[in-house]
Design a protein around this ligand. Structure first.
Ligand code: NAP
Length: 331
């Protein structure tokens, strides 16, 4: 094995400002875990942006290599479960938070974080999905179990972002009628192409849906925004409707009353994908590689290299990315 490798490293400057650059690292710099993976692709997630600006709720110690997702090939294994040349995926757990992450030619992780790549998909497809996509799959799996998807009226917030855009593609495949909520005035074409039937601006949503209850319009919702957007969503569900709540880009606090719950039997379903058990993650990966496969997803992804990370991380932090971003490590 070679001695050195390239990685994107975030450091804190003397002025307290965090910035990242590509550096050469040694294998000894990697944590002493069981599985070493040559990373082929990673992907961009909102949490990576937080790690890259020094958010201590995500990453406590710097210098640090972010990247909560990695897909690649096993180059050494101390676990009987994996052999050299196995194709694998790692998403979530502590990868890219306080464990050196996927914006790197190599990662070294515990065997219990590693999912074998399902045969039907490529490493690139796996990272087109990534944590954001897997979270969307988890939201829709929960909504399917609670309410059903086919012919339902669905609403998705943060709809041009990672979780939102995968949620729309999957809901569309499963036969829902989708309202996409967005803050971007120039995204109608993209949203229609990925499967949205109606587009609502964020301001329209907040204006239209008022406490304590508005007209019940939607059966299901996927919310990545929180804040006043979630407050609005909770007023406009039909009887027995449910919202999968998975993000807080618009703020962690929201207000509601008991009425959606006691008069309409509505449910708010909490979603945490990063710490799901490996069994659960494996079954979600099987689903998105088989009956829920998104054949066109790569068409809606941007591919970048390690060199582009500084700019692209800032863009996702500012809420300006559209669709999923794959990081090709060899580029
Ligand atoms: N619970 C979990 O397991 C889990 C897993 C993955 C992600 N998440 C969370 O889900 C959220 C989205 O992640 P992501 O990777 O999809 O991020 P993303 O790609 O940046 O997408 C977020 C989208 O939300 C909208 N948005 C951005 N800033 C906003 C603001 N201030 N107010 C309202 N809307 C705003 C934008 O879409 P529009 O312009 O179209 O509105 C943006 O594209 C984050 O909070 C992330 O931490 C949670």
């Amino acid at each position: 094995m070679i001695d050195n490798f390239k990685a994107y490293v975030v450091r804190e400057g003397k002025n307290g400002v965090f910035s990242g650059q590509i550096e050469t690292k040694k294998f000894d710099d990697l944590p002493p875990n069981e599985i070493t993976i040559k990373v082929k692709y990673s992907s961009l997630n909102y949490k990576d942006a937080l790690s890259s600006i020094g958010n201590k709720g995500v990453t406590k110690k710097y210098p640090h290599t972010p990247g909560i997702d990695a897909a690649g090939i096993v180059v050494s294994s101390k676990s009987e479960k994996f052999s050299i040349n196995d194709k694998v995926i790692v998403t979530g757990y502590d990868l890219g938070m306080n464990t050196s992450g996927g914006f790197s030619e190599y990662v070294r992780v515990p065997a219990e974080w590693v999912v074998r790549l399902p045969e039907a998909i490529s490493l690139k497809y796996a990272m087109a999905i990534g944590t954001a996509g897997l979270t969307a799959v988890l939201c829709i799996d929960l909504l399917n179990k609670n309410c059903g998807i086919k012919n339902s009226q669905a609403i998705v917030t943060g709809s041009t972002g990672g979780v939102g855009s995968v949620a729309i593609q999957l809901l569309s495949k499963l036969g829902a009628q989708i309202t996409a909520v967005t803050g971007k005035s120039d995204s109608d074409e993209f949203l229609s192409e990925i499967g949205a039937n109606t587009i609502l601006t964020r301001d329209e949503l907040v204006e239209k849906f008022r406490h304590p209850l508005s007209k019940g319009i939607y059966d299901i919702g996927v919310d990545v925004v929180g804040g006043e957007v979630l407050s609005g969503l909770l007023t406009c569900l039909k009887r027995n409707g449910a919202i999968a709540c998975c993000g807080n880009v618009g703020g962690p606090d929201f207000s509601t009353s008991v009425f959606p719950f006691i008069l309409r039997g509505n449910r708010l379903l909490g979603v945490d994908s990063a710490e799901r058990s490996l069994d659960q993650k494996e079954s979600l990966w099987e689903k998105i590689s088989d009956e829920w496969m998104l054949n066109d997803i790569e068409k809606y992804c941007k591919i970048i290299g390690l060199n582009d990370l500084g700019f692209e991380l800032r863009k996702i932090y500012d809420g300006k990315q559209t669709g999923r971003v794959i990081v090709s490590i060899d580029d």
